[in-house]
Design a protein around this ligand. Structure first.
Ligand code: PBG
Length: 329
């Protein structure tokens, strides 16, 4: 076809490039993860996540207002639970006056239109650092799903718009959906972590919440009996389709960058929005390399979030949300 087709014409300058650009990042793409702690006036930087913080409720208010002003309209809440409140069954997760429940109310109070999603899993509440109940060296599936359903109802009662089960127990989406329906929360949505891989990229997150699996006899050292094997592809489709059948409104692939192939396959297989979580380790890598002067922070950040969206993400949960929005506005 050459010289009839000269592809470089469409790349000649920024005006033509922006005219034909296929993937545009906007503030509407993002879901902002927020870490919440007890206390007053607390804004603690997470050691392995430079420029990312845990907030006490009073400073969470400030942060949420700032996000809203930037055009960021959805948050995903996580709480750091004091050790003395942790047990095997995550009892504290059901406390109607627990930190998560108060955090939901705080956000809704200062910013009623902010969409509030909540992480649903036992790990921040578990004395063993697992997403489920531990028994005889194993993670018990069905009893865990029951607790997750109670937890979801509790978050809905506090005002959460969506619950986001991140635990990977079988059948928990159905159990949660039924519990929400039974309690009348027909408008509370479920964003399911559907294809969540057992990834080493969650390390900094577990530092942030002090939620890593403990090193004890009869406690599994990792999450590989529930999170997916990163060598697998077809399983991601099966997991995702099952979650949709069970009632998930939004499905998720996690992590992002190493799983762009999975994102595209899931996107092509489903008729619900696909969320992608660009996880803590992905954030930490860019921060570390750019602090050393080895990579250009903003350029690499934009390349990665754009790649995630190009791969098929309708929603991007990202610690870079604020940085990106400030850069593009
Ligand atoms: C808890 C949960 C994890 C993440 C989100 N929810 C950690 C884990 O499964 O061990 C990871 C997020 C990140 O690394 O940014 N179930």
């Amino acid at each position: 076809m050459y010289p009839l087709r000269r592809n470089r014409r469409l790349r000649a300058n920024e005006s033509i490039r922006s005219l034909v650009r296929e993937t545009i990042i906007t503030p509407n793409d993002f879901l902002v993860p927020l870490f919440v702690v007890e206390g007053k006036g607390v804004k603690e930087e997470i050691a392995s996540m430079p420029n990312y913080y845990r907030f006490s409720l009073d400073l969470l208010e400030k942060e949420v207002k700032e996000l809203w002003k930037l055009g960021l309209k959805s948050v995903l809440l996580f709480v750091k639970v004091p050790d003395n409140l942790k047990d095997n069954k995550g009892t504290e997760a059901l406390n109607p006056n627990g930190l998560m429940q108060r955090a939901i109310k705080t956000v809704k109070n200062v910013c009623p239109d902010m969409l509030v999603m909540t992480d649903v899993a036992l790990d921040p509440y578990s004395s063993y650092g697992h997403d489920g109940i531990v028994k005889n060296g194993m993670i018990i599936n069905d009893d865990t799903a029951d607790v997750l359903a109670e937890m979801s109802v509790s978050h809905a009662q506090a005002g959460a718009n969506f619950v986001a089960p991140s635990d990977m127990m079988d059948g928990r989406i159905l159990t949660i959906r039924e519990a929400l329906e039974d309690e009348g929360f027909i408008n509370t949505g479920i964003m399911s972590y559907s294809a969540k891989y057992a990834s080493a990229f969650y390390g900094p997150f577990r530092d942030a919440l002090d939620s890593a699996p403990v090193n004890m006899v009869d406690v599994p050292k990792d999450k590989k009996t529930y999170q997916m094997d990163y060598a697998n592809r077809i399983e991601a489709i099966r997991e995702t389709l099952m979650d949709i059948d069970e009632g998930a409104d939004i499905v998720m692939v996690k992590p992002g960058l190493c799983y762009l192939d999975i994102i595209r396959e899931v996107k092509n297989a489903v008729d619900v929005p696909v969320a992608v979580y660009q996880v803590s380790g992905e954030y930490a890598m860019i921060k570390a390399a750019s602090e050393n002067g080895w990579l250009n922070h903003d350029a690499v950040m934009m390349e990665q979030v754009t790649a995630i969206k190009r791969a098929g993400a309708d929603v991007i949960a990202s610690y870079f949300a604020k940085d990106v929005v400030k850069l593009i506005s």
